[in-house]
Design a protein around this ligand. Structure first.
Ligand SMILES: [Zn+2]
Ligand SMILES: [Zn+2]
Length: 314
């Protein structure tokens, strides 16, 4: 199904944080990798085994395209950069994050739960890099050599891939479309599970607008960063949109019983205590931002915080 010269590597470990799929594109000069996977040694060794199965070595990789600067997509750069120095392509918004990963705390809105008094683990300063380190998928640093044109094309060997920006999960998350074969590499915008979203990464409205752009491509098949290839891109994109709107429906149903403080609403939507700290509050904030923008929800102040309530507008 993949265009000639394209190969997909899926790591065997699927437990979160699962390593992102790696797309290999062979050209006359060697290999291009789209994402490189988690910064776990076993993951990197399996990537090398995969290259070997294609008769290639890590030194043949002359270009790395990173769909966004998240640890499950670029953590393995910590090993790869020890062995070779490829060109590195990133969206302009992701370049500073890859160069200085502690900035991810801003785009993940790690301080948001604390601002609502949600801090079950009594953390002074929650750090997303600690979270990924503890989860066995540490982040790496990488300096981009090339900028992905957000409105343009990416010329890789004889291929020209159209760039489609799909924010919400990451401001500079790029999906890639190969018009010749109809292949849509949808990164984290579409997949087995809906990737988390946060206000500083483009929010829910950003996520929905990205899905809209993907749906207009007339793709023949879809390759996600997590999960297998699908021959029904339109259905996969719609399924992701429906899951997002189902969550919105759940929030509205909870509020139909009366106004609620933000932490209470978080606890009702996200039962798992870890998720109720991250990324639950960040996701809920994205929904409230959208609903407030539409005039369907408002905030009512009170001394010890504020209440979220429906306006009655649908
Ligand atoms: Zn991601
Ligand atoms: Zn991912």
């Amino acid at each position: 199904m993949l265009p000639e010269g394209f190969f997909l590597h899926r790591d065997e470990e699927t437990i979160w944080p699962a390593s992102a799929n790696v797309l290999l594109i062979r050209d006359a000069d060697g290999a291009v990798l789209v994402d490189v996977g988690c910064g776990k040694e076993g993951v990197y060794l399996r990537l090398k085994d995969f290259l070997a199965s294609q008769g290639m070595r890590i030194g043949d990789v002359h270009t790395v395209v990173l769909t966004h600067a998240h640890p499950d997509h670029m953590g393995a750069m910590r090993y790869l950069l020890e062995e070779t120095s490829p060109r590195i392509f990133l969206h302009p918004f992701e370049i500073p994050l890859a160069a200085e990963p502690s900035r991810l705390n801003g785009t993940f809105d790690m301080a948001l739960p604390l601002s609502y008094g949600i801090n079950p683990f009594k953390l002074e300063r929650p750090d997303i890099l600690d979270y990924f380190q503890a989860s066995g998928c540490p982040m790496a640093k990488a300096d981009a050599t090339d900028v992905i044109d957000p409105d343009g094309e990416l010329a890789l060997g004889k291929f020209r891939l159209r760039v489609v920006v799909t924010p919400g999960h990451a401001n500079g998350l790029v999906s890639l479309f190969e018009p010749g074969s109809g292949m849509l590499f949808a990164a984290d915008a579409v997949g087995d599970v809906v990737a988390w979203y946060s206000p500083s990464s483009g929010g829910l409205t950003g996520f929905l607008s990205g899905l809209e752009r993907l749906s207009m491509l007339d793709a023949a098949f879809l390759v996600p960063s997590h999960g297998g290839i699908s021959a029904s891109p339109a259905r996969e994109i719609e399924r992701t949109r429906e899951r997002l709107l189902r969550r919105e429906g759940k929030i509205i149903r909870e509020l139909a019983g009366g106004p609620l403080p933000f932490p209470e609403l978080v606890a009702r939507i996200f039962k798992n205590p870890l998720i109720a700290f991250f990324p639950g509050p960040q996701i809920l904030q994205c929904h409230l931002d959208k609903l407030q923008g539409e005039g369907r929800v408002r905030l009512r102040g009170r001394e010890d915080g504020f209440l979220v309530e429906l306006t009655g507008r649908t």
